[in-house]
Write a protein of this length. Structure first.
Ligand code: HEC
Ligand code: HEC
Length: 140
């Protein structure tokens, strides 16, 4: 009886140790551009920035299962998410080329001069004509 208990205890502690050390799954499953070890807080604030910049909700780029009421943020099923990745590369590229980082600054990818908002200004498709002109014409 005592022996069985000890063996069981040993087994349980092994499993527990293994769970906390060996299998430490990455928090996010499908990051191709953002740093894979990004903190949850940093990722949240970036996603918040995308949503506000485009004037959309998370579901614009991410898959929501209506029946189960669950999100699959890692899924690449929506074309908007794929476009967003290209936009991230473009934005990073503009910043790297025309607004080079100061030496010694960490987390460059998170510090940007040109952002999604610079172009989008709260619209999913940026306005490509000066609106003031149209308004002033219609006011006449
Ligand atoms: C304009 C599109 C867009 C919007 C809006 C958006 N996301 Fe994302 N999200 C992305 C892209 C693109 C990635 C993948 C980034 C990469 O590959 O590095 C991503 C990745 C994620 C991930 C990581 C998933 C994983 O496991 O790989 C989470 C979590 C996430 N978004 C949450 C949110 C939440 C919550 C919102 C709403 C507040 C939101 N996103 C709004 C485009 C968007
Ligand atoms: C230099 C300007 C510029 C920047 C910066 C920019 N975008 Fe865009 N984006 C555009 C333009 C222009 C379009 C519309 C393209 C078209 O009409 O096909 C667009 C379209 C999109 C679309 C598709 C919208 C739709 O309804 O089809 C997504 C998603 C998007 N951008 C996400 C982003 C995200 C996320 C960022 C920041 C990482 C970003 N964009 C930064 C100019 C920009």
């Amino acid at each position: 009886m005592k022996k069985t208990f000890l063996i069981l205890l040993g087994f349980i502690s092994f499993i527990t140790l293994a769970a906390f050390t060996t299998f430490d799954p990455p928090k996010f499953k499908n990051l191709k551009i953002l740093p894979k070890d990004i903190s949850e807080q940093a990722l949240d604030s970036i996603m918040e920035h995308y949503s506000i910049s485009l004037g959309v909700k998370c579901g614009f780029c991410h898959v929501h299962n209506e029946l189960r009421k669950t999100w699959d943020m890692a899924s690449d099923a929506k074309s908007e998410k794929l476009i967003a990745r290209k936009m991230m590369l473009m934005t990073n590229g503009i910043n790297a080329k025309y607004f080079p980082p100061e030496k010694g600054v960490k987390d460059q990818q998170l510090i940007q001069t040109i952002t999604c908002y610079t172009c989008h200004k709260g619209e999913a498709i940026p306005v490509d004509m000066p609106q003031a002109k149209e308004d002033s014409l219609s006011n006449k």
